[in-house]
Write a protein that binds this ligand. Structure first.
Ligand code: 5GP
Ligand code: MN
Length: 329
């Protein structure tokens, strides 16, 4: 039996017009994955349409090829669809989902593994730190099968950004020897990690930095000192002219308090349901907490959406987190 990686590579090489989808609230991994694939497919003379329902946040616009990304399309004549890093079909947004499902064949490339079987070919590996590393494997297979050189600096920059965003610059527990091996190959192609880390993590608007200050000022800690949380209101966002993308990374500061095992960040975005980010230290599983509220993600990093007002969301998720949290051993 051919491996899913080779099956995906062959299918991509055969296709003519391909739509590629990222998840909503896109990060460097989902965007880097779809655009790396799009760049390679374009090189092969194929028509590509990378879609991100929420567009490209400012911190990722420098990535090569991001100008190809659209929020939606009216085209329905794709012969292949690819979904990267989304976990579940409903995480690409409704218009993008309709386009994905209009194609006769779907490839799902992901390191979120939920048990839900999506698409016709699945390149899934929960142990992979990023989806970008799985895309790397598919691209290498495409080179081997086609005999054409596809990998270069532009693709490497996209994939390295995926790895850097999903590993917090190689600091998280998801990093494996294989992460470093792939990263080493990407650096050899010209993707140097340090400037990418700086562009992604230290390239914030003044409002985003001030919003971090507000979140830290509002932080609360449970009586047992195991859970810390902060809730940003629509007024906070308005005051600093900030968007949800500006909250990236804030939850890690909340979890950084010594002794705290789970950090939560609630965001009330005007006109949208409340979003929650959950982050754990090793030994706690925030995916299980997010599942209670219809969300998901990974063991140490998950998210969910709440159809309540901000104070109710805080009350419900904090109570569930305190119920589930385990002290370190
Ligand atoms: P974040 O807190 O950065 O939004 O998300 C952390 C992780 O949880 C990411 O891997 C993301 O894909 C996943 N995630 C966030 N929100 C949701 C959600 O509503 N549903 C599911 N299934 N996963 C989510
Ligand atoms: Mn990812």
């Amino acid at each position: 039996m051919t491996s899913p990686v080779n099956q995906a590579a062959m299918k991509l090489l055969d296709a003519k017009k391909i739509v590629l989808a990222a998840h909503v609230n896109p990060d460097g991994d989902t965007l880097g994955s779809i655009v790396a694939l799009a760049l390679a497919l374009k090189k092969l003379g194929k028509e590509v349409m990378p879609l991100s329902a929420h567009g490209v946040p400012d911190i990722y616009t420098w990535m090569p090829g991001m100008e190809m990304v659209h929020t939606e399309t009216s085209d329905t004549d794709f012969d292949l669809a690819v979904m990267c890093d989304a976990g579940a079909l409903n995480r690409v947004g409704s218009s993008v989902l309709a386009t994905l499902l209009s194609a006769p064949f779907l490839i799902h490339i992901d390191h979120h593994v939920t048990g839900e079987k999506i698409g016709n070919i699945r390149v899934l590996d929960q142990k992979s730190a990023s989806t970008a590393e799985l895309v790397w494997k598919v691209l290498v297979a495409m080179e081997n099968i086609s005999g054409k050189k596809l990998l270069g600096k532009e693709i490497a920059l996209n994939l390295m950004t995926g790895i850097i965003t999903d590993t917090g610059s190689f600091r998280y527990l998801n990093v494996t020897p294989s992460t470093f091996i792939t990263a080493a190959k990407l650096q050899k192609l010209g993707a140097i990690p340090a400037p990418i880390g700086e562009l992604v993590f230290e390239n914030r608007s003044e409002g985003a930095v001030r919003l971090l200050g507000r979140a830290l000022k509002k932080m609360e800690i449970s009586e047992n000192r195991l859970v810390a949380w902060s809730a940003l209101s629509a007024d906070d966002f308005k005051e600093f002219d900030a968007t949800d993308a500006d909250t990236e990374g804030i939850v890690s500061h909340v979890r950084a308090v010594n002794g705290v095992q789970v950090g939560l960040l609630f965001r009330e975005i005007a006109g949208k349901p409340v979003r929650v980010s959950l982050r754990a230290r090793e030994g706690n599983d925030v995916n299980r907490i997010a599942n209670v509220f219809g969300g998901g993600g990974h063991y140490l990093a998950s998210g969910c959406t709440m159809d309540t007002d901000l104070p109710t969301a805080v009350k419900l998720v904090v109570a569930e987190t305190i119920r589930q949290v385990k002290p370190p051993h």
